[in-house]
Design a protein around this ligand. Structure first.
Ligand code: ATP
Ligand code: MG
Length: 331
């Protein structure tokens, strides 16, 4: 956050419920590993979360949980980590951007299609306009890179498109960001249905869908034991989607490439595979869970840290907002 020559990276997660293995392997773990290379902003995107119905008390808890999980996973306490709604410029810039984003762009977004499903007419306007808010989050801080899972690539493209549109019309207002998508773990699938991305929102309806970062070892073993596999008697390559997903989880945690896992598991029974995956997951999550419990024991300190970060970041966001307001004629 100090003036620095490192490229700026903006990362966000919704406090929409328990974080799962996809969030960890596809997002947080890489953020932790790369944090010293960049000028980082870690955001808890609560305004995104209310695009679908939330219980207010749960939202408050989930917000603190997420902050604690960031820290427990290894995000250093001196990093900028804040709650989106603490900086009003996010909502203000989002509104302005919405006025420059054609409906057709938003209608093409697969996340909206997936999350609204058959309830399209009853979905909130906020869910539809979600990508405009995400664009505001990113553009406010002159972000260079946005580390995301594969599911968010389309939203980063929209962010670039709207940024470019305003740049062309009003001169250079925004830095155009690029997605940073790693190869391993970028799309962990549901254990109950390997055709669907593991998601916090789907996990709310299906018990065996996701492994949560705070699941106990017993629960992790049980969920993996029930995970969908193929109709083969043993692990065989090319593997079907269920087995492939288990192997992807394993190789991402262990930092192995595909040939190595193929060699390790070819011909092995599914129970051998599942118990190896369980061991790896438990080994990765146990120390995080221990630190999480220590951090959550002092909510006041956590909240103070979040507030302090917001105070330090607000001037950056407000300067961008002001630039845009002046350009479009609001000032
Ligand atoms: P929700 O269902 O509420 O949208 P989510 O599980 O999709 O929750 P987000 O908060 O939307 O989680 O995303 C947080 C980060 O985790 C993003 O960078 C996203 O790309 C990444 N991510 C989400 N799901 C997966 C997954 N299954 N595999 C890899 N990365 C993922
Ligand atoms: Mg999501």
């Amino acid at each position: 956050m100090q003036s620095t020559t490192k490229p700026r990276v903006f990362s966000g997660i919704q406090p929409s419920g328990g974080l799962h293995l996809g969030n960890y392997l596809g997002a947080i773990r890489n953020w932790v590993r790369n944090q010293d290379k960049y000028d980082n902003i870690f955001c808890i995107v609560d305004l995104h979360t209310i695009t679908v119905p939330q219980d207010p008390a749960a939202l408050r808890e989930n917000t603190l949980d997420l902050a604690a999980i960031y820290l427990a996973s290894g995000i250093k306490p001196e990093q900028a980590m804040f709650v989106q709604s603490h900086i009003p410029a996010h909502a203000e810039l989002a509104w302005i951007l919405e006025c420059f984003i054609p409906m057709g762009w938003l209608e093409r977004m697969t996340q909206f299609k997936e999350k609204s499903g058959r309830e399209r007419e009853r979905s909130s306007a906020g869910l539809f306009a979600y990508p405009a808010l995400m664009a505001a989050d990113i553009l406010l801080y002159d972000t260079n890179y946005v580390p995301v899972g594969e599911d968010q690539r389309q939203h980063i493209e929209l962010t670039r498109d709207v940024g470019q549109r305003l740049n062309q019309r009003f001169g250079d207002l925004f830095v155009l960001p690029e997605p940073m998508i790693q190869t391993a773990g970028a799309r962990i699938m549901g254990l109950d249905d390997p055709e669907k991305k593991m998601s916090k929102s789907l996990a709310a309806d299906a018990q065996g869908h996701a492994i949560f970062m705070l699941d106990s070892p017993e629960v992790i073993r049980k969920k993996l034991a029930r995970a969908q596999t193929d109709a083969e008697p043993a692990v065989k390559f090319p593997a079907g989607p269920g087995v492939r997903n288990l192997l992807e989880i394993y190789r991402t945690i262990k930092d192995r490439d595909w040939p190595a896992v193929e060699e390790e598991f070819a011909g092995k029974s599914y129970s051998v595979l599942k118990s190896a995956v369980a061991d790896a997951v438990i080994e990765a999550l146990t120390p995080i869970q221990e630190r999480y419990r220590q951090i959550r024991a002092d909510d006041a300190a956590l909240l103070q840290q979040l507030r302090r970060s917001a105070e330090r970041l607000a001037p950056i966001a407000n300067a961008t907002l002001r630039r845009v307001q002046e350009a479009v004629g609001l000032r």
